[in-house]
Design a protein around this ligand. Structure first.
Ligand code: UGA
Length: 440
């Protein structure tokens, strides 16, 4: 094992919504002790603390953590490397079907990542997960998803996509044929609260992944998660991949759009095969608690009021909600039709594939109808409060044209919102219980 200290930059990673702000404490302490006696006293205390720290600190190195990383994670120790770790990674990556892939899935403990990893494993591909288990939403849900994957033989390495040393090591241990890059800072509205986490994960993290992939030999093909939000303020519907995407309404959307441009660059210079998938409001069992359908369910069960957004002049706000199983089929279709990257060791050898696909349901549903479906399924009346769509990055309407994905790999969503929500609610009640105990 080796200790790496400079391989992650200093930008704060997604810290979660419960991050403690430390800098104000530091400032408050700084100039209070002016007399020499006090200075001497505190010098002794400080020296003592250093001695205690050295005796108490664990001897093992934590190769995937920098000092900023460590402070962020409250000195939580974690390690990778060593023969036992490599054996676990190799065993997880083992291909069990003819012509199968070995896939590195980033964000494997996330909602889409978990489902895609499980589906790949089921059909015999080798899968290694990577996830930083950040606190953007309840990490215990991510741990539960991890347990689920571990039971089917998938190992999730705990680490950040910005950790180049860890990524390089993973490629040394396994010559991945594909990378399914799903790790991201998601959520449209949270971008106003914590803009840097979007830059860190969706831009810096993506570049780091591409840097490592471009140097890998052989280079993997990469399929990654973009977003329907790149269509921004467009009014022409349904949204087609040919439409403009230069008016994002949120920083989240802007970082995903930037990702698409970055993909173009790496494809152009290094011959990386890159496929971006524009997901349209994905929902389903094991979903994300920060999404409306999820917290509406929680709040309806708790008897708490929910806010339903509406546009100007009482305009309907609607989404092309897409069920997770349909998205998984789309992800696998994209992987299966991804051509090989053409470069190796950082050098392009020929033109490589560059694609972007909409993965939606082609059937937008007003948010108020989503709530009515939940009411019926939960048998509880929602306390609705209709409010004007806040200026927080949300767009009024999404609707996917999916003909390109249909043509290229037969993508055809089959689950309507009623059916999909029924499955979600069944999962929700079995996971949290109908008791209103959950606080996620
Ligand atoms: O399609 C996408 O690309 C995006 O889909 C979702 O974003 P969003 O569609 O905004 O999903 P929700 O946050 O679950 O909102 C769903 C709908 O409920 C509305 N809403 C949300 C919150 C609320 O309190 N009330 C309310 O009416 C929103 O305006 C929106 O129309 C995901 O959160 C993004 O990560 C993803 O990239």
């Amino acid at each position: 094992m080796k200790l790496s200290s400079s391989h992650m930059d200093n930008i704060p990673s997604t810290p979660g919504k419960f991050k403690m702000e430390k800098s104000s404490y530091i400032h408050r302490f700084r100039w209070h002790y002016s007399s020499l006696a006090k200075l001497t006293f505190w010098s002794f205390v400080f020296m003592g603390l250093i001695v205690v720290f050295f005796f108490k600190s664990p001897p093992t190195s934590t190769p995937n953590s920098t000092s900023s990383d460590l402070s962020r994670r409250s000195l939580k120790t974690q390690s990778w490397g060593g023969p036992g770790w490599e054996k676990r990674v190799k065993s997880s990556a083992k291909i069990r079907s003819q012509n199968g892939f070995s896939v590195l899935v980033t964000g494997a403990a996330g909602f889409v990542g978990t489902h895609v990893s499980a589906a790949l494993k089921r059909r015999g591909d080798g899968v290694v997960g990577l996830d930083n288990f950040n606190h953007y939403y309840d990490p215990s849900l991510k741990r539960a998803r991890q347990d689920l994957l571990e039971r089917s033989g998938i190992y999730i390495v705990e680490g950040d996509i910005n950790d180049a040393v860890l990524l390089k090591k993973l490629f040394e241990v396994v010559p991945f044929t594909h990378v399914m890059h799903l790790a991201a800072q998601a959520g449209v509205r949270y971008a106003m609260e914590n803009p840097k986490s979007y830059v860190h994960s969706n831009i810096a993290g993506l570049v780091n992944i591409l840097e490592v992939c471009k140097n890998a030999n052989p280079q993997p093909a990469i399929v990654w998660a973009s977003s329907s939000s790149v269509y921004g303020l467009n009014t022409k519907i349904p949204f087609s991949e040919k439409d403009r995407t230069d008016q994002p309404a949120s920083l989240y959307a802007a970082t995903k759009k930037a990702g698409e441009e970055i993909a173009h660059t790496y494809n152009h210079i290094y011959g990386l095969s890159l496929t971006g998938l524009r997901f349209f409001t994905v929902y389903g069992p094991w979903g994300r608690p920060d999404m409306a359908y999820f917290f509406f369910t929680r709040d309806i069960l708790k008897g708490k009021s929910i806010q339903i957004f509406e546009g100007a002049n009482h305009g309907t706000v609607a989404r092309d909600f897409t069920y997770i199983d349909d998205i998984v089929k789309g992800c696998l279709g994209a992987l299966d039709t991804a051509e090989k990257s053409t470069g190796s060791g950082g050098k392009k050898k020929g033109n490589a594939q560059l694609r972007v696909f909409n993965l939606g349901n082609t059937s937008p549903v007003p948010v108020s109808d989503l709530v009515s479906i939940l009411e019926r399924l939960l048998k509880v009346k929602a306390k609705r409060s209709v409010v004007k769509l806040p200026r927080n990055g949300d767009v009024q309407f999404t609707h996917a044209n999916i003909s390109f994905a249909q043509r290229e790999f037969g993508y055809k969503p089959t689950t309507d919102l009623q059916t999909g929500l029924k499955k979600f609610v069944r999962w929700y009640l079995s996971y949290y219980g109908s008791e209103k105990k959950s606080d996620h």
